[in-house]
Design a protein around this ligand. Structure first.
Ligand code: ZN
Ligand code: ZN
Length: 606
């Protein structure tokens, strides 16, 4: 009987689980090996209930003290995420070996008790038990989830001593740990030394580069992993797509999309949402919609990603229509959906609609507004000029005001010229130490617009005294799959002479068409002419000039900017779009601006 049962048991997890019941009912004499198979099957099938039944049976039949079965029990509980019972089995074991320790440590890491795992590891070493490759990779995973680089380095030392450096699982864990702790050089070192690599190690390194802002390295590695012919998983694609989104690399993003189609992940909702995000962030809402329609089961994430994308492009009407369609399709919105919806209202100043949706969150959907929703409301009311209502939201809301709320109020004060409230908002921001440089600059701009040059000087002195440095403006443009970056007044580009010549020619034509540089917002102690030059060389202007000379007439220009576009540049780009008859899309930190035929999709509302 047992031989036959074993044969069935070996075949599949379900077979095991079913067979175990037959065995109990038939009251057969069950061997130790059979129990081991049963427990392995339960672990693999993640079936805690059946595992517990087996445990009871094991105790009844007198195998309770068995070391061999003890390890299997421990492993079953750990794999089924029942760390309490796993610990109990562990504590009762008369003898523990490296397998027992490792099962418990791995279980702790897996269930989120990383600190506990490290303590256990320490205890294990004190008891003189030598770690194996699985123990060490679990310990490294624990360091990685705690972001504890120091402990991770210690574990790396243990790996070296134990001679597991060329082990695939351990190596992958090390790459992942270093990448997650932001120590990319170490991650790369380990990666380069690995005799063989799997998808996990490639993905960890790509994700590490992606999360730490090294987009080019991430894309480079992605090309290499494709050459290696490894079968990639969704995590790799998701990381690479995030890079493309952040860097607005539409060409690369489309290539990645091509690979995703080949792997058949395209209709998957997770991949689909990542693609929608990439396309909207790269300024291509048409393709985002195509991807959305191809998703086999659109869920709240895919809907929300598309709504958020439309909102960012100022396509508010479409975004709100989508929201209604989603609700109509029976999909419950979540808190993130509402951030997108409120943003849609905000970008075009739909105050009534915004208030309506904000109220419906609690009344209709039972969602409590978070800081983000309140910030959206401050933004919406502030931009529309309802400054005191906006301030009321900050003071009266249920949660502690965060910097972003005061920041939204400050920028609204700048738009609507309320210097006193601006000063108040700036003070709160500085108390919170929120985006210090931006706050100072915004405040000095409010004073400058009001002609209060003494106050401007005071703010500037304060900045100097406190050693606050302005973040330099930077813009990126992708030409033929290659990213070009420009700083303010940059002359580092190999074609800078042509770029500046192009810019001067353009500005001449713009002035003929009625453009007047707005020098109000630059620091006042520069001579008028110099101010004008400073403005003309803001990074987005350089990027656009380069884009115009590097692409064929009529082609859309897409630029990414790390700060908010200034009033003068915004105005200038409107003129450019008309003069050269091209669509220019600028993504700043706040939203997308589609410049076309002398006007912008934001209706000067940003
Ligand atoms: Zn500018
Ligand atoms: Zn605009």
């Amino acid at each position: 009987m047992c031989a036959m049962a074993n044969a069935i048991l070996k075949n599949s997890c379900e077979g095991i689980v079913d067979a175990v019941y037959k065995l109990y009912k038939g009251d057969f004499q069950v061997s130790r090996d059979t129990y081991a198979f049963v427990l392995q099957g339960c672990a693999r099938a993640d079936s805690l209930i059946r595992g517990k039944t087996a445990h009871t049976h094991i105790i009844k039949t007198g195998f309770g003290e068995d070391k061999f079965l003890g390890n299997h029990l421990l492993n079953m509980y750990a794999k089924c995420d029942n760390i309490v019972d796993a610990r109990q089995v562990f504590d009762k074991m008369p003898q523990r070996n490296v397998v027992s320790w490792t099962a418990l440590i791995a279980g702790c890491v897996h269930t989120g008790y990383a600190e506990e795992a490290l303590k256990l590891f320490e205890q294990m070493q004190l008891e003189g038990v030598r770690a194996n490759d699985f123990t060490l990779s679990s310990v490294i995973n624990a360091c990685s989830s705690l972001g504890n680089l120091e402990m991770g380095k210690c574990a790396h030392g243990d790996v070296r001593k134990a001679g597991f450096e060329s082990n695939l699982v351990v190596g992958s864990a090390l790459v992942d740990m270093y990448a997650k702790c932001g120590s990319l050089k170490d991650a790369r070192d380990v990666f380069d030394k690995m005799p063989e690599r799997d998808v996990v190690s490639w993905t960890s390194l790509i994700a590490g580069y992606a999360e730490n802002g090294c987009g080019e390295e991430a894309l480079d590695l992605f090309v290499k992993v494709l050459e290696e012919g490894l079968k990639l998983d969704q995590f790799t694609f998701a990381s690479v797509l995030r890079v493309c989104s952040r860097m607005a690399c539409l060409v690369q993003g489309k290539q990645v999309h091509g690979y995703i189609i080949k792997t058949g992940f395209e209709s998957n909702s997770v991949m689909g949402s990542a693609l929608i995000d990439m396309y909207t962030k790269c300024g291509d809402t048409d393709h985002a919609l195509i991807v959305f329609n191809k998703i086999s089961e659109q869920n709240v994430v895919s809907w929300t990603t598309l709504i958020a994308g439309y909102a960012q492009h100022g396509l508010s009407k479409e975004a709100l229509q989508l929201f209604e369609k989603m609700v109509g399709a029976g999909i419950e919105p979540n808190d993130i959906t509402f951030v997108a919806v409120l943003n849609a209202c905000c970008h075009v100043g739909l105050v009534n609609e915004g208030c309506h949706y904000f109220d419906s969150m609690t009344s209709k959907y039972g969602i409590n507004p978070t800081e983000q929703h309140y910030t959206c409301m401050v933004n919406l009311l502030g931009r529309a000029g309802c400054l005191s209502e906006a301030e009321k939201i900050i003071n009266k809301n249920q949660i502690k005001p965060i910097g972003a709320m005061w920041g939204a109020l400050l920028s609204a004060c700048r738009t609507h010229g309320n210097t006193e409230l601006a000063k108040h908002a700036a003070d709160r921001l500085l108390e919170l130490k929120h985006e210090v440089a931006t706050t100072y600059v915004a405040l000095s701009n409010v004073y400058a617009a009001d002609g209060r040059w003494d106050d401007v000087a005071k703010v500037r002195n304060l900045m100097k005294q406190r050693g606050v440095k302005k973040q330099p403006g930077c813009s990126w443009i992708e030409i033929k799959g290659c990213m070009h970056a420009f700083l303010v007044g940059d002359r580092g580009h190999p074609q800078h002479e042509q770029i500046y010549a192009m810019l001067e020619k353009l500005i001449g034509r713009m002035k003929d068409a009625g453009y007047e540089p707005n020098t109000n917002l630059v620091l006042h102690d520069v001579e008028e002419e110099q101010k004008e030059i400073l403005l003309s060389y803001h990074s987005e202007k350089l990027a656009i000039a380069f884009g115009l000379m590097s692409t064929i007439p009529g082609k859309t220009i897409r630029v990414l900017k790390n700060l908010r576009v200034c009033i003068d540049c915004h105005n200038a780009i409107k003129f450019v779009s008309k003069i050269v008859d091209r669509e220019i899309i600028v993504r700043d930190t706040n939203r997308f601006h589609h410049f076309k035929d002398g006007s912008c999709s934001c209706n000067d509302y940003w």
